[in-house]
Structure formats: C-alpha cells, structure tokens
Design a protein around this ligand. Structure first.
Ligand code: ACO
Length: 381
C-alpha cells in the first residue's frame, strides 16, 4: 500500500495490536472480565493473589496452588541490602513513580539471569519476584524519603495488608486490608491500554522483563493514564464544597481543561471498576468515618453527567480510587504506584502471551515531511 492510501488513526484508537486472552472489555455495556470471569465476581469473592494466578494460568487455582503462589511471593518480597542502600540515596523530592521505574531497572541489573528469561524457570522466578517486590520498592522509597526506618515485609500478611504495614508501620484493620485487596483486583488488567501496549512493544524486542516493566511503569505515570488518580484528589481539594462544583467546572471548561477521573478511550458508560470502587468507598466510610471530599466528588459526578454525559464521558477507575486510598492513609503521590503494584500482574500476563508467539512491533507511519533538499555546508547557511 502506498503512503497516500494509508489512513492515520490517531492514538491507534480501536486498532487491534495483538490477540489476547487475558482480559475483555465491552465498553458500551460496561463489562470487564479477566480470563472470562466478571470483575464484580472477582472483586466480591477473590483475592489479589488468586487473580495473579488466574491472569497467568487462565484458570482459578486449587487451594494448594494458591498456597504455593502465596508462599513464593512471600519468599521473594525482601530487598537485597545493596538495593536498599541505593533507595536511600534517591532524591527524597522525586516522584515515587520515578523511584519505582528506576528501582525496577536496578532489580534487573542485580539479577545475573535477567536476560535468560527464555528459560521457563527463570521467567517464572522473575515474574514472581516482580509481583512480590514492587510493593516493597514503593514502601521502602516512601519510608526513606520521610526519614523513617524502612519496614521489613511481614510473611504472615498478604500483598495488600503487607503493603499497608510497610508504609504505615501499623498492622492494618481487616476492612482496610480487604479494601486495598479489592482495589488491587480491580486494577490488575485492562486489555490493550497504553502501559500494556508499551509492555508488549518492549517485550517484542526481546528486552528483558525488568525493562518491560520499567517502561510500562513510565507510561502508567502519565496523567492521561494511571497518573490521573492523584490528580483527581488535587482537583477535589481545589473545590471548597459541593455547592462550588458548578463554578469550578465553568472555569475548568472555559480554560479548555479536562476533568481528571472522567472519560475513557473504551468505555462510553461508567467504568465498571468505578462502580466497585464506589461500593468500597461506602463500606470504608461506614466503618472508618466519611470525608467531606466525597460529597464534592458526588456533586462533581452529577454535574459532569449533565454537561458531558451525552459525549460518553463518565467516571473512570481513577475517580474513586484516590478517595479510598486517602482513607487508608496512603499519600496522594503513592496512588499511581499502588496502581502499578497491581497492574504488574497484568503486564506480566501480557509479557508471557507476547513471548509465546512473538513478532517485533514495527508499525508504519504517514510521512508528512519534505524531500530532495540539497546539503548546504554550514558556513553557507
Ligand atoms: N473532561 C471533560 N471533557 C472530556 C474529558 C474529561 N475528562 N475526557 C474527554 N472529554 C471530551 C473532550 O473534550 C472531547 O470533547 P469534544 O468532542 O467536544 O472535543 C470528547 O470528550 C472526546 O474526548 P477525547 O479526548 O477525544 O477522548 P479520548 O478517548 O482521546 O480520551 C482520555 C480518553 C485520555 C482518558 C480522556 O477522557 C482524558 O483525558 N481523561 C482525563 C484523564 C483521566 O482520567 N485518565 C484516566 C483514564 S483511565 C486509565 O488510564 C486508568
């Protein structure tokens, strides 16, 4: 096909980049499934660890298999002393997503088998290590930047509870641990989004899995993608009360701004994960007390529905997640790292899938530049 016949689809919107059996979305019906299981059923009945097994194996685990996965993750959670020392040297004012991207690369440099990932045992080990250790990397940087002692993982706690323990230094209440566990389930995979596409592109070059994950972390940090969740809280904090929402929105729209936590490339209805997270908000507030920011959020949702609902702009996963995380004592700039400690499981499921039938990504382009210039020596220009 000649260049002239090609049609550009900005952002590759809706163009299939690969076949995948990991997750499924129906954006009109508001459906999300992991390996054929509806997200609401997994959120109600499952655990993050069980979802990791499901994403990687295509089926739910038996008890012994889940116990084995849990034990493997627990065994791989601690950081080598050299890595801890480097984390302490990272700039305390840097963003935790940058710290995470850097330290994931560092893990790769630290593993002499990083490039032997075509060996199935090595691949399995690296996948387990990455899921196990990302929460430790995030928590260690957070404690270090606050000048606090870095807390060792607790082998008796699962991923969510252990993360809260490592950042807060207190054993979390059951409701807090379960709430974060469900949030991790909801964020684990979401078809061919920008960071997953990044992961698959890097994987297709046969770069090692640490490079795959560190690149995906970089993409997730962007405000149009995972980085939206911390900006939602910043926006909500700017609005003094529910009554002030219309005036705030007038100014936002007049400036041509987008409202963080709304809109999605695939959903034209409310994101099913936002439904689940809103349910979690209710449960957590009932047990731990409400926050005024929630009233502002509800008023914003109503006002946005009136103004841009007809364009298919509804709350996405990021709209309610920050409200939940804030209540669990998680700092605003850790919201996107929390997303990453869940999504790493999905990125790795896609990495495994890509490696099974790999073809290097090499899309085309539509050239819009000029041709045939004569080279002019520098002193004649
Ligand atoms: N606030 C207000 N209006 C919006 C918003 C928003 N958040 N999102 C889209 N619109 C409007 C656009 O202005 C545009 O209106 P127009 O047709 O009158 O010009 C129309 O809806 C279509 O918008 P696009 O930007 O073309 O939609 P696209 O599919 O490219 O964007 C995106 C999707 C990037 C997520 C966008 O909705 C956005 O920037 N949202 C805010 C950031 C955010 O919350 N990101 C998290 C997404 S979920 C995730 O990544 C985990």
């Amino acid at each position: 096909m000649s260049t002239q016949e090609k049609t550009l689809v900005p952002g590759l919107a809706g163009i299939p980049a690969s076949e995948s059996a990991v997750s499924y979305i129906d954006g009109q019906a508001g459906v999300l499934e992991y390996r054929g299981y509806p997200i609401a059923d997994l959120a109600a009945n499952s655990t993050f660890e069980e979802v990791v097994f499901l994403l990687w194996n295509g089926r739910l685990p038996k008890s012994a298999e889940l116990a084995e996965l849990r034990a493997s993750l627990v065994a791989k959670r601690s950081l080598a002393p050299e890595i801890l020392e480097i984390i302490k040297l990272l700039p305390a004012g840097g963003h935790p997503m940058d710290a995470l991207q850097t330290t994931v690369s560092l893990l790769g440099m630290h593993n002499p088998k990083a490039r032997d990932f075509k060996d199935a045992d090595v691949a399995q080990d690296i996948c387990l290590e990455l899921v196990a250790v990302l929460p430790t990397l995030v928590a260690a940087f957070d404690r270090s930047r606050r000048g606090l002692e870095i807390i060792q993982p607790d082998p008796d706690l699962d991923t969510a509870a252990n993360f809260l323990w490592m950042i807060n230094g207190e054993k979390p209440e059951e409701i807090a641990a379960r709430t974060l566990d469900v949030a991790l389930i909801l964020h684990a995979d979401h078809t061919m989004n920008a960071s997953t596409f990044t992961a698959r592109v890097v994987a297709s070059a046969e770069a090692d899995p640490y490079s795959v994950i560190s690149a995906a972390v970089g993409t997730l940090s962007g405000p149009l993608h995972g980085g939206a969740n911390e900006r939602v809280l910043d926006s909500l904090a700017e609005i003094p009360s529910a009554e002030a929402v219309p005036t705030w929105l007038d100014a936002k729209f007049a400036a041509g701004g987008k409202v963080m936590g709304f809109g999605h490339r695939v959903y034209s209805v409310k994101d099913p994960r936002a439904h689940n997270l809103q349910g979690l908000v209710h449960q957590v507030f009932e047990k731990l007390g409400s926050t005024p920011i929630y009233d502002v959020a509800l008023a914003l949702e109503t006002e946005m529905a009136e103004r841009v609902g007809h364009k298919g702009i509804w709350p996405n996963v990021d709209f309610f997640s920050g409200i939940v995380y804030q209540k669990l004592g998680i700092a605003t700039d850790l919201f996107t790292p929390v997303f990453a400690i869940s999504r790493v499981s999905g990125w790795l499921a896609h990495w495994q899938e890509q490696m099974k039938d790999n073809k290097l990504f090499r899309p085309g382009q539509i050239y819009v530049g000029t041709h045939g210039h004569e080279y002019v020596p520098i002193d004649e220009r």
